[in-house]
Design a protein around this ligand. Sequence first.
Ligand SMILES: [Zn+2]
Ligand SMILES: [Zn+2]
Length: 257
Amino acid sequence: MADDRGNLTVLGASPSWQNAGEACSSYLVDVPGTRLLIDCGNGAFSELRKHCDYLSVDAIAITHTHGDHMLDLLPMAYALLYSPRALRGESRRPKLFLPPGAADRMRAIFDLIDRAELLDLAYDVVEYDPAEALPLPGLELTFAPVPHFVPTHAISVEAATGGRLVFGADHRPSQRIIDFARGADLLLLEATLMFPEDGVRGHITSVEAAEIAVEAEVDQLVLTHMSDELPRDQLLQQAIAIHANTTLAHPGASYVF
Ligand SMILES: [Zn+2]
Ligand SMILES: [Zn+2]
């Protein structure tokens, strides 16, 4: 029986390049009243179509402008504007929530590939204010800047039932993500690395993800953004040894919160 809780479906769990047969970062969130896409990395639009009608997406929230988190906004824009149904007048202009300052960067990317105006024709573009909660029917979004190579925001989705999902986006280890994730029912964290990087860091390991989950006292941890050329089972087991309720995201996996 369907209930009122939120549902997360993984569309893409690849890192900055695609795993074989898998899309880059993208997650479909359903609560009664709103269908939300978090990130829309390369390959995501095809995966989205396996799970729902793209015209049913109410809103899209982007964590940061790295390609693996937003490149499929372009094919999705083409579908919204030029698909057979769009040409028959069946159209939809979903909200597109972008990080502060990202709208013009996104228009420039669209301009380089096609035309800048496609972005605003296809989407109702809004730059979110990380200091403000953003209410949508059946959920509330909040944002927290996290340290990465470009301006990046973790996103919290709180369902009307009180269930809370936090997606960390991409980030190096930081107290900020621990504080933001505290008490979440479902925590989705990148686990890009096998070992911490040298120099300026921008990502975390599965062990660091599990340590964040323990410190933030979250119920369930899902690891994502991991290459299929890494020993994924081993990295998952290392995380489970620290935070028992941990799984590895894969396309089509779904979780309630
Ligand atoms: Zn990424
Ligand atoms: Zn990134």
